[in-house]
Design a protein around this ligand. Structure first.
Ligand SMILES: *[C@@H]1O[C@H](CO)[C@@H](O)[C@H](O)[C@H]1NC(C)=O
Ligand SMILES: *[C@@H]1O[C@H](CO)[C@@H](O)[C@H](O)[C@H]1NC(C)=O
Ligand SMILES: *[C@@H]1O[C@H](CO)[C@@H](O)[C@H](O)[C@H]1NC(C)=O
Ligand SMILES: *[C@@H]1O[C@H](CO)[C@@H](O)[C@H](O)[C@H]1NC(C)=O
Ligand SMILES: *[C@@H]1O[C@H](CO)[C@@H](O)[C@H](O)[C@H]1NC(C)=O
Ligand SMILES: *[C@@H]1O[C@H](CO)[C@@H](O)[C@H](O)[C@H]1NC(C)=O
Ligand SMILES: [Ca+2]
Length: 504
């Protein structure tokens, strides 16, 4: 049985501005013509990209985007699983506010009728469109439902079925051109595996389950076990390691998917050039969460480790993160990852501050010249539009940098929060994706520039209350001496001066 690659589906949100209505909607806030916004949300993409320092992965088109963008080196998802993360960053609220930790409820009726990124842009005169995974028939997939009123054009269909189409068909290009529905084809990028010969595939540097890992922190990657080819391996549950040859195949497939994705991004961005939109379109590139590829003996997402919470995040803002392209100049010429000699693209500007995906919503608003929503009161279930994350707009004021070091930010002061629910203290069949009613423990995690600190505490799914007196386990990893998070120092640190409150 062939190992088919995990398919990185993606979603593009096109927020096209309409000048006249915008100007009346936001008088005085524009110094130049309003900008379009192209938001590329990749599914399950960890920062295994050239622009994030990965030496193996070929991602020339995304690297080229990065070279014209402001790239955030340390961006973290608020919960490392699809729907909770997407709902969180599209509404700008933490999972404890959307109350969506699983796939089974609709936040507008279950928590609060919060506004979303496309909804806010639409209310401000933008035409909003999307294509991709949010169309999957899962109730919590935000845009499918919300799309009824926050997308100008209903979400476009995507398909997971391999097809005879040109594998590199630039599916979103018709959107840019005619603003008409396109079809995105996701397929097994077999051909792209040639970029990653098995003999060149490395294993995770730390493929063992760490001795000091509390069992509640471990995600047993049940969905991967259910695959036919993995079942044939007769792995022991929950810790049984995957044979190393098979690990290499998984990693090969993942990296091949990344390169395939890169070609799609390349076609999409070169269309911006072709339609002379690169001078008037903000491009944001992001993923909903990361993905473990054997680190700590784990696979897939479903944890609080950096490998699953850390995501790529970059913004191209014409005239700000890169000079405005001259007439006819190509800012994003398509680059073939199969070219034997790939020129190294110059890295663009980078920020090392720790930032959260929650910041996407206020940041896009600020960059587009819309009013940045105010900070949320506590609680904020009744407030339709506010932000729980910071706007990152201050990082884009480059001209001030030389004179005013304040705008450099201070990585030491920045913090990113993530969380993950569990149904029990030991791994079991539903540990990866517990339904709300089954959640008994919540792992609240802080990431600072120096450490990741997680406490797993009792959680009541009926009143959504965490009990910080009821600590089931803890984790503490020092980034400097243990960047891969294999040496849990929590017990050693007990009684020392550590952060008391994990609640943001
Ligand atoms: C949410 O608010 C919108 C108006 O902003 C309204 O059209 C919609 O019906 C509301 N949905 C729910 C579930 O209350
Ligand atoms: C595989 O590794 C060999 C030896 O390091 C190297 O010469 C070759 O370019 C690699 N192949 C690819 C496709 O990266
Ligand atoms: C930490 O302490 C707890 C409770 O005493 C114990 O169960 C656990 O094994 C210890 N962990 C490590 C890594 O020593
Ligand atoms: C699967 O592994 C178990 C032990 O872990 C062994 O008893 C059983 O025979 C194996 N089954 C197959 C089909 O190899
Ligand atoms: C973008 O470039 C095109 C072609 O050079 C030009 O017609 C258009 O006015 C420019 N738009 C902006 C916002 O500068
Ligand atoms: C919180 O946990 C502590 C320790 O287990 C327990 O004594 C207390 O009753 C719990 N509080 C609530 C509100 O459940
Ligand atoms: Ca995902």
């Amino acid at each position: 049985m062939l190992l088919v690659g995990w398919c990185l589906l993606w979603l593009g949100l096109v927020l096209a501005s309409i000048g006249a209505s915008l100007e009346s909607a936001a008088p005085g806030s524009w110094t130049t013509a309003p900008l379009n916004v192209l938001l590329i949300i990749v599914d399950d993409l960890r920062p295994s990209l050239g622009c994030y320092g990965d030496k193996l992965v070929r991602s020339p088109n995304i690297d080229q985007l990065a070279s014209h963008s402001l790239l955030f080196q340390n961006a973290f998802a608020q919960q490392a699983v699809c729907a909770p993360s997407r709902v969180s960053f599209l509404t700008g609220r933490r999972p404890d506010t959307t109350r969506l930790y699983d796939f089974h409820s609709y936040w507008r009726v279950h928590a609060g009728n919060f506004s979303t990124i496309p909804q806010y842009f639409k209310e401000n005169g933008y035409v909003t469109m999307s294509v991709g995974k949010e169309y999957l028939p899962i109730i919590a997939m935000t845009l499918r439902i919300a799309g009824l009123f926050h997308l100008t054009i209903p979400p476009l269909k995507s398909t997971k079925t391999p097809s005879e189409r040109d594998p590199a068909s630039p599916s979103l290009v018709p959107l840019l051109k005619e603003r008409q529905p396109g079809v995105f084809v996701c397929f097994s990028p077999k051909e792209f595996q040639k970029l990653y010969p098995l003999e060149n595939m490395t294993l995770a540097p730390d493929p063992q389950v760490p001795a000091g890992l509390p069992s509640v922190a471990y995600n047993p990657w049940m969905d991967i076990r259910q695959r036919e080819d993995v079942q044939a391996l007769n792995l022991s549950v929950p810790y049984g390691p995957i044979p190393v040859d098979f690990q290499r195949k998984i990693r090969q497939s993942y990296f091949a998917s990344v390169s395939y994705l890169d070609t799609q991004v390349g076609h999409l961005l070169s269309a911006l050039d072709d339609f002379q939109l690169a001078n008037s379109t903000i491009v944001a590139f992001v993923s909903d969460h990361g993905w473990a590829l054997g680190e700590h003996g784990e696979w897939a997402k479903y944890s609080n480790f950096d490998v699953t919470t850390r995501v790529p995040l970059m913004f191209y803002v014409p005239g700000k993160t890169a000079p405005l392209p001259e007439a006819g100049e190509k800012l994003f010429p398509y680059i073939d990852p199969f070219d034997s000699v790939l020129e190294l693209t110059e890295p663009g500007r980078q920020v090392t501050d720790l930032v959260e995906l929650l910041s996407l919503s206020p940041t896009l608003s600020g960059l587009a010249g819309l009013q940045v929503p105010p900070r949320c009161p506590i609680p904020s279930f009744h407030v339709e539009r506010c932000r729980e994350g910071q706007s990152l707009v201050k990082h884009f004021r480059f001209q001030d940098l030389e004179e005013d070091p304040y705008f450099r930010g201070n990585p030491r002061e920045s913090i990113a929060y993530s969380q993950y629910p569990r149904p029990a203290d030991s791994p079991q069949w539903n540990s990866d994706k517990p339904s709300l009613k089954d959640i008994k423990v919540m792992g609240y995690s802080i990431r600072t520039i120096d450490y990741r600190y997680t406490v797993w505490v009792g959680f009541n799914p009926h009143d959504f209350l965490a009990n910080f007196s009821d600590v089931h386990a803890g984790e503490l990893y020092f980034v400097g001496s243990d960047p891969l998070q294999d040496h849990n120092m929590y017990n050693d640190s007990q009684g020392r001066d550590l952060p008391r409150s994990l609640m943001p």
